[in-house]
Design a protein around this ligand. Structure first.
Ligand SMILES: [Zn+2]
Length: 393
């Protein structure tokens, strides 16, 4: 037995339909029914050549220009590319050159990301940058139009685009739910008939192994546009009760300074109880994967209606809040992986107006993930200063 969409061969993962008298795949049923042995339908997504100028809010910095050239050189040599960029280094701007080159050649380009919220944000940014083409978002709630000049979609929606893309850009491939999900990997594999361009701030070992083997070219960009170094977290190593006291004093200090704070905690129940405690003294809000009005809460925080936002790792990626500081309670908890901590600390110092800030990791013991997070950020900062020395010469 074989499913031509997901490659499933396991008899136990097929179900019999007595009405149609055939078997169908249960493995990928979430993407619609696929009968056993049925050929994969390849829908045509025609592309025509566009001369599509793009406009950036800020011109590319020298390191960004250098990265763009490297990406171009690798792509022209027919290679897949991994862009390893620090949080806030402007990786979305880097891919606009590739998009333009492919569209000019009349090729089809897709941009896939794990989370729906980010699909909508990227669609808006791309539509602004490329005013002469039709940029569409395809994700939950936006599935009526599925073809445009440039398609921005969730990883899940890639099932619609079998063999469609000459260039498939995939952002945050190390993040949930894509990471370790073989079904999504197969779907993405089948959507791309040309080159792949991966973007991440925290590449995992599997990706780095591909770079080592030479099947993937890597381009690095660690300098943020404002050229300030990345914030290295301060580690406060103490008992849980003292962590709470530290947090309390930290928040009082920040309130005096008028600095907003993101308070990361490991679990949803802890987020709720922490918020109940903190709201006695501060304008506090809570945001977890279970919150129904995420967009409203984030918008209110942007408008500075809260002193602080208590959240789980649901907020570790994608969000940019001007001048925010970050503190992580119980950062030795297992949910805080190295990548997760790098992303969390990466929320600090992203804007040109406020290029620095403070990140604190409260913990009872210093885990290897905490150590690796600090090491990785310091290593990125080191390449940064050596870059500047080269430039100075
Ligand atoms: Zn299947």
């Amino acid at each position: 037995m074989e499913c031509k969409r997901c490659g499933n061969h396991d008899e136990n993962r097929f179900a019999y339909d007595p009405y149609h008298k055939n078997w169908y795949c249960r493995n990928c049923i979430a993407f619609g029914r696929m009968n056993e042995g049925e050929p994969l339908k390849i829908k045509k997504y025609p592309a025509k050549a566009h001369d599509c100028p793009y406009e950036l809010k800020y011109p590319l910095t020298l390191p960004q220009q250098k990265a763009v050239k490297e990406i171009r050189r690798y792509q022209e040599a027919g290679r897949d590319v991994l862009v390893y960029a620090a949080c806030g280094a402007g990786k979305t701007e880097l891919v606009m050159d590739s998009i333009q080159r492919y569209l000019r050649m009349g090729k089809k380009v897709g941009f896939a990301i794990s989370r729906r919220q980010v699909v909508l944000e990227i669609q808006e940014r791309m539509a602004q940058a490329f005013p002469t083409i039709q940029v569409i978002a395809v994700c939950e709630g936006y599935t009526e139009i599925v073809d445009g000049d440039l398609i921005i979609c969730t990883m899940h929606q890639l099932y619609r685009y079998a063999q469609a893309f000459d260039l498939l850009i995939m952002d945050e491939i190390d993040a949930f739910p894509y990471r370790g999900n073989t079904l999504l990997e197969v779907i993405a594999e089948s959507a791309c008939k040309g080159r792949r361009l991966y973007l991440t701030a925290t590449p995992d070992e599997a990706l780095l192994a591909q770079v080592k083997q030479g099947s993937l070219a890597m381009v690095e960009l660690f300098q943020r546009p404002h050229a300030h170094p990345l914030v290295v977290p301060q580690i406060v190593h103490t008992l849980p009760l003292f962590q709470l006291l530290y947090l309390w004093h930290f928040l009082i200090q920040k309130k005096k300074e008028g600095t907003q704070v993101l308070v990361f905690v490991p679990t949803i129940s802890l987020a709720k109880s922490c918020h109940n405690l903190l709201k006695l003294k501060f304008q506090s809000a809570v945001l977890t994967s279970k919150s129904e009005d995420k967009e409203r809460i984030i918008a209110a925080f942007h408008e500075r209606r809260y002193d602080l936002l208590v959240c789980t790792t649901v907020l570790e990626r994608g969000i940019t809040i001007k001048g925010v500081d970050v503190i992580v309670l119980y950062s030795d908890h297992e949910v805080f992986s190295e990548a997760s901590l790098i992303q969390i600390i990466g929320r600090v110092g992203r804007s040109i107006e406020q290029p620095s800030g403070k990140g604190v990791l409260l913990c009872t013991r210093i885990t290897s993930d905490i150590q690796r997070c600090v090491r990785a950020i310091k290593a990125m900062n080191e390449t940064l200063s050596s870059d500047m020395i080269v430039k100075g010469n």
